[in-house]
Design a binder for this molecule. Structure first.
Ligand code: C5P
Length: 217
C-alpha cells in the first residue's frame, strides 16, 4: 500500500513569537526541513500544508498546499490532496523523529488501521484553578499523545468529513477516529518528539539538535 507523509505546518507560531513556526531554524535547519528529512525515507510522497501565500524553502523534497484556519482544516486539505492508502500525519513542530517510531507506526497501522505515538505520563497530574492545587488526577493508564499518527486514509477522511459536518473539533487526528468509535493503537513514542511550542522549548531543541546532528538518534 502506498504511504504519504502529511505535515500540517500552517500555524502562525504565536506562542513562540518568531513568525510561522515551521520556518524557525534550530542549528541551521528549519523545524519543517527536519520533519521532512525524517519522514521522506519511509514514504512515497511528502505533502506539506503551509500558511497561505508562503512557498516551500528551496531544496525541500515535498509538495506544498495552502493550509486552513485550524490544524484540523489543514489536515483535511492534505488528505484530499493525496491518493495514498496509508497516511502518516506529523506536526512540523516536532522536529526530532526517530526512524524506529515511524517503523513501529507503519507496522501497527497495517494491523489495526489507526495508530499514534504516545508516552505514558510520568509526572504527577493535578487539576488547578487560579494557580491553586485543586486535586490530584490518578496518572495510571494515562498517555501523552504525540505525532506521527498513522491511518488508513479512507477512514481518516471519513472521520474528518463527519467532524466538519457536525462542527466537532479535536486536537489531533487520532481523536477524530476515537470520536467515530474507531480503535487507535498506542505505539511507544520518544521524549525527543516533544512539540516546540514556547520559547523554552526552542532552547531544549537546540540542545537536542547537537546530539541528533552528531548522529545520536
Ligand atoms: O499550534 P500547534 O503547535 O498545536 O500546531 C500543531 C501543528 O499544526 C503545527 O505544526 C502547526 O503548523 C499546524 N497548524 C496548521 N494549520 C493551522 C494551525 C496549525 O497546519 N491553521
Amino acid at each position: 500500500m502506498t504511504v504519504a507523509a502529511l505535515i500540517p505546518a500552517a500555524g502562525s507560531g504565536t506562542r513562540l513569537g518568531r513568525g510561522p513556526k515551521a520556518f524557525v531554524e534550530v542549528a541551521g535547519q528549519s523545524l519543517l526541513a527536519r520533519s521532512v528529512a525524517a519522514l521522506a525515507p519511509h514514504v512515497g510522497e511528502v505533502l506539506v500544508a503551509l500558511p497561505a501565500g508562503m512557498d516551500l524553502p528551496a531544496g525541500l523534497r515535498a509538495r506544498a498546499i495552502s493550509g486552513g484556519e485550524t490544524r484540523q482544516e489543514s489536515v483535511l486539505r492534505l488528505l484530499e490532496a493525496t491518493s495514498a492508502g496509508i497516511v502518516l500525519v506529523h506536526d512540523a513542530a516536532r522536529p526530532f523523529l526517530p526512524a524506529g517510531v515511524v517503523g513501529a507506526l507503519l507496522s501497527a497501522v497495517a494491523e489495526t488501521g489507526a495508530a499514534t505515538a504516545a508516552l505514558p505520563v510520568a509526572d504527577t497530574l493535578v487539576r488547578g484553578e487560579g494557580g491553586q492545587w485543586q486535586g490530584a488526577v490518578p496518572r495510571e493508564g494515562l498517555w501523552a499523545v504525540q505525532t506521527p499518527q498513522a491511518f488508513a486514509r479512507g477512514e481518516l477522511l471519513r472521520a474528518h468529513r463527519a467532524a466538519c459536518e457536525q462542527g466537532y473539533a479535536a486536537t489531533d487526528d487520532a481523536g477524530l477516529i476515537a470520536w467515530q468509535g474507531g480503535a487507535v493503537t498506542l505505539v511507544p513514542g520518544d521524549p525527543r518528539l516533544f512539540k516546540v511550542t514556547a520559547p523554552g522549548d526552542l532552547a531544549l531543541a537546540h540542545a537536542v539538535a547537537r546530539l541528533w546532528d552528531a548522529g545520536e538518534r
